[in-house]
Design a protein around this ligand. Structure first.
Ligand code: MF3
Ligand code: CO
Ligand code: CO
Length: 237
């Protein structure tokens, strides 16, 4: 339900607000994980990533060329790093999934531009959402903006339906053609979570079985919102 997703989404978003207060050189990604675990628990919710398909932590921390699913560890953040923190709260049986980018101290102009283009691409897609548009229209908005700016869209991971399950149909591709794919219906709830690379789009998974990185080691950025479709627009949870 929209009501329950709204509650879960606001807890997830609140956790990311807290993360922004501790990000600085010298902080470890384990400290970010601990903060998310505690904030979400203190709000009567579960961290859905914890033990999800064997994932060992409560959030994903994806630094620099890590595309997604980075595992929090004793790794220390340093000046100039960029990272995505991705949290998912499970409350009253419903999920809210969101992620943001953070800058550690002063970061390069290129990194800032990548982060800005990634955020803009997600928001451009969100702006067109309403009943009866096609899934391909979403991917088109993102891909057009990203490629116009000389960056690339990761194809190996996608957004997803969400609700009482963490990941369900449909897949939300972040690239595509206008007028193709399934039509949206009011009441659908899904995520939009484009992963955008400064270099080429290809990724590979490290030996830990989770961490996805860019093959060419270029920087990668991601934002994620959980959204609910209405007759004439959408709600961002
Ligand atoms: N939150 C991620 C997503 O946006 C999924 C993380 S699954 C985990 O879908 F196991 F890696 F945590
Ligand atoms: Co997601
Ligand atoms: Co997520």
């Amino acid at each position: 339900s929209f009501e329950k997703t709204r509650v879960a989404g606001s807890i997830a978003s609140g956790a990311l607000d807290e993360v922004s207060k501790i990000i600085k050189p010298g902080v470890s990604t384990d400290e970010i994980d601990k903060l998310c675990y505690e904030y979400i628990g203190d709000h009567g919710a579960y961290s859905a990533p914890l033990f999800y398909r064997g994932f060992p932590k409560s959030c994903c921390t994806s630094v620099n060329h890590v595309v997604c699913h980075g595992i929090p560890s004793s790794k220390i953040l340093k000046e100039g790093d960029i990272l995505n923190v991705d949290v998912t709260a499970l409350k009253n049986g419903w999920h809210g999934d969101t992620s943001r980018m953070y800058e550690v101290g002063k970061v390069s102009v290129k990194a800032k531009k990548l982060i800005e283009i990634t955020y803009q691409s997600m928001m451009k897609a969100i702006k067109i959402l309403k009943e009866d548009i096609c899934l391909g229209d979403i991917g088109f908005e993102i891909q057009e903006h990203v490629e116009k700016n000389g960056c690339s869209v990761v194809q190996d991971f996608c957004g997803h339906g969400i609700g009482e399950s963490f990941h369900k149909e449909p897949n939300i591709l972040h690239y595509g053609k206008k007028g193709t794919g399934e039509k949206l219906k009011a009441g659908m709830i899904f995520t939009i979570e484009p992963m955008i690379n400064l270099g080429k789009f290809e990724t590979k998974i490290l030996n830990d079985g989770w961490t996805a990185v860019t093959k060419d080691k270029s920087l990668s950025a991601q934002f994620e919102h959980t959204v609910g479709i209405t007759k004439d627009g959408c709600e961002i949870f």
